[in-house]
Design a binder for this molecule. Structure first.
Ligand code: SF4
Length: 254
């Protein structure tokens, strides 16, 4: 990417003129990458979601974690489209399966569809989606190169936080998407996404700038802010930029 274009992306992010030296691969100064400290390797059936699911009266996590194993993309998409496993099926306009390159190295995981996503059937559209696209472009990635999904495939009414039981019911779909995609890196955007994927209540601020691991494949997972939050809190865009550089560094090391 030429420098003029990169500066354009930084402008889109609302960042001042920050220059990455050299090529993408050499852009970040080498330093030791910390390996899992918090929320690492959330093995199937770990305590927190199981407890949450039980509180919600849903099936224990152990029972549903591999529910979608074996489904190919077509079958999985059909199962999601027909899903009535939680009450969000009665209020959605449509499911939001996810979008992107099925050979993508990067998997971006958000929280849940919002109103516009519910209408269009695609994650991260509207202003937050445009900012996400700019964030990706700032590290040399086109939206078409990544795969974008959410923890929940249906919109919670009023954009409320997902209930623990809803997340527990829906996560097997994402887990099978990950099994099919085999990404090199996952980028969890926003607190809800990070906490559900890592099965922790630790704050987003403490989850940033670490390499976590997801699932049996131990996929490296990096946490950053949700673009919708960054639109409300532009002063944190610099931290998001640090997270993106860190994630790119992690991806290059895999
Ligand atoms: S949110 Fe997930 S589990 Fe609930 S109905 Fe939608 S697809 Fe099914």
């Amino acid at each position: 990417m030429n420098n003029a274009l990169r500066q354009e992306y930084f402008a889109a992010l609302g960042l001042e003129s920050w220059v990455i030296r050299g090529t993408a691969a050499a852009a970040v100064e080498p330093r030791e990458i910390p390996v899992p400290v918090v929320g690492s390797a959330p093995a199937a059936g770990s305590a927190l979601p199981a407890a949450r699911a039980t509180r919600q009266g849903t099936a224990p996590r152990e029972a549903i974690v591999a529910r979608e194993a074996g489904a190919d993309w077509r079958e999985l998409r059909a199962r999601v489209a027909a899903c009535t496993r939680c009450s969000l099926s009665s209020t959605r306009t449509q499911t939001v399966f996810g979008v992107g390159n099925l050979q993508a190295e990067w998997l971006i995981v958000g929280e849940a569809p919002g109103a516009e996503e519910d209408r269009q059937g695609e994650p991260f559209v509207g202003r937050a989606g445009q900012l996400l696209n700019s964030m990706l472009r700032a590290i040399g990635l086109a939206r078409e190169q990544v795969f974008i999904a959410n923890v929940l495939k249906c919109r919670p009414p009023g954009n409320r936080d997902p209930a623990a039981g809803e997340a527990a019911e829906c996560l097997p779909y994402l887990e099978q998407q990950i099994a099919l995609l085999q990404p090199k890196i996952m980028l969890a955007v926003g607190r809800i996404s990070a906490q559900n994927l890592l099965r922790t209540d630790v704050t987003l601020g403490r989850l940033r700038q670490q390499v976590h691991r997801f699932g049996a494949a131990q996929v490296p997972l990096v946490v950053t802010y949700h673009p919708a939050y960054l639109l409300r809190t532009p002063t944190d865009k610099r931290k998001a930029w640090d997270d993106l550089k860190f994630a790119r560094e992690v991806c290059a090391s895999v």
